[in-house]
Ligand binder design. Structure first.
Ligand code: MG
Length: 246
């Protein structure tokens, strides 16, 4: 898929006449942080301790749902157990502890380069995540100083996690922009689905084991193979967005 094809497809699908990108709505896990390895390991540990069979890949595919939603679903499907909101939250805290013990989340290489391209082009950067992992949320401004807008959407702000478009719709609303003024940057199929359903131009980046075709199937407008590739291609993409206005 070339940049121009991706933009043409997007405009045709949405009916928008042009793209006037002012805001980037940016996912956290797997985009800002290389955290999915430890998240998936921590999920498997929690499930195994509770006698629920699973694989790590399942959790890569569920990424973007809120933690409590994942717990309710896996306990229902894997153990025939209905989990209450309070119980789900308690399990989620245990999973969060495993995650920290496993080493938590290193910063994703080259993401800062991509964000620098956006900032230089005057694009505001807004974090949109279903995560409630406070150890990560508190680090964002230290790890990416001066990059992010005070506006932020986290797992505390949304009722429905991804693939529901709610997190991205909320991001747009809080930032005061419409769908033709935003891009979404995502690493997970459910997150891509949410971005696509919100009407924004949705960029998928494969930073984990999920193949590109899953991102396109989920509705990505364009997919890059790494953050390094995204950083290298973004200037061209931003120019092509601007060209839709002339
Ligand atoms: Mg993610």
């Amino acid at each position: 898929m070339t940049t121009q094809q991706a933009i043409n497809n997007y405009l045709k699908y949405t009916g928008h006449k042009s793209l006037d990108i002012q805001v980037a709505l940016i996912d956290c896990d797997g985009v800002l942080y290389d955290s999915m390895k430890n998240h998936t390991r921590a999920w498997v540990k929690l499930m195994q301790k509770n006698g629920i069979k699973c694989t790590r890949d399942e959790f890569y595919m569920l990424e973007g749902m809120t933690g409590t939603e994942i717990i309710k679903r896996k306990f229902r499907e894997g153990a025939g157990k209905q989990v209450t909101d309070d119980e789900a939250l308690a399990y989620y805290r245990v999973k969060g502890r495993y995650f920290e013990e496993m080493g938590g989340a290193p910063v994703m290489p080259h993401t800062a380069d991509a964000l620098a391209v956006l900032r230089q082009a005057g694009v505001r950067c807004v974090v949109v995540t279903g995560s409630q992992q406070h150890t990560i949320l508190e680090r964002i401004d230290n790890d990416y100083p001066g990059v992010f807008d005070a506006v932020r959407v986290t797992g505390h702000d949304v009722r429905h996690g991804k693939p529901n478009p709610e997190p991205y719709l909320k991001g747009m609303e809080k930032a005061g922009v419409k769908s033709h003024q935003c891009i979404v940057i995502e690493n997970a199929p459910l997150g891509v689905q949410a971005g696509h359903a919100s009407g924004c131009f949705t960029i998928g980046v494969t930073t984990g084991p999920i193949p590109e075709k899953e991102m396109y199937r989920a509705g990505a407008d364009i997919v890059y193979g790494s953050m390094e590739q995204l950083a290298a291609q973004l200037p061209e993409l931003l120019v092509a967005f601007q060209a839709t206005q002339s």
